[in-house]
Design a protein around this ligand. Structure first.
Ligand code: TYD
Length: 137
């Protein structure tokens, strides 16, 4: 499975806490893009796609959501609910986001600029792309 949780270093004192993330240092890639989701709804799932090249780190800045991660053989679930933990997802992973808490805020740091052509939004296409559709050598 090409994903893992990353614990971020927290700089905390009596004023509160701070996390600083540097591309290539705290994250395994240089950051080319940041985007975020807000005004999310518990009954609305998102994602349902994979990438062949893109790497991302996702942080639940506020609230929680459940990620389903699938490498074409196994499906695993990860709860994202802390601002000091990131979910790294590498290439070749199908991801779905479910069970958002009301107003959950998800920040995503990405290794590439947005390119819709790099999205695989069909699960069968995903299996084909990673050679796990049962027809590949
Ligand atoms: P979408 O891929 O459907 O979101 P999710 O993966 O969370 O289900 O993206 C929603 C819209 O936002 C879609 O029209 C594409 C656009 N978008 C950008 O323009 N740039 C980006 O970096 C991203 C991630 C999405």
């Amino acid at each position: 499975m090409n994903y893992r949780m990353i614990d971020f270093p927290v700089h905390g004192d009596n004023r509160g806490k701070l996390v600083a993330l540097e591309g290539g240092v705290d994250l395994p890639f240089e950051i080319k893009r940041m985007y975020y989701m807000f005004d999310t709804l518990p009954n609305e799932s998102r994602g349902f796609h994979a990438h062949t090249k893109l790497e991302q780190v996702i942080i639940a800045m506020d609230g929680a959501c459940r990620f389903v991660l699938d490498d074409g053989e196994k499906r695993e679930t990860v709860l994202l609910n802390r601002p000091d933990v990131g979910l790294y997802i590498g290439p070749g992973m199908w991801r779905e986001m479910h069970d958002f808490s009301y107003g959950c805020k998800l920040v995503v740091l990405a290794s590439e600029h947005y390119d819709e052509k790099e999205y695989i939004r069909n699960y069968d296409e995903f299996l084909k792309a990673i050679g796990k559709d049962g027809r590949s050598e």
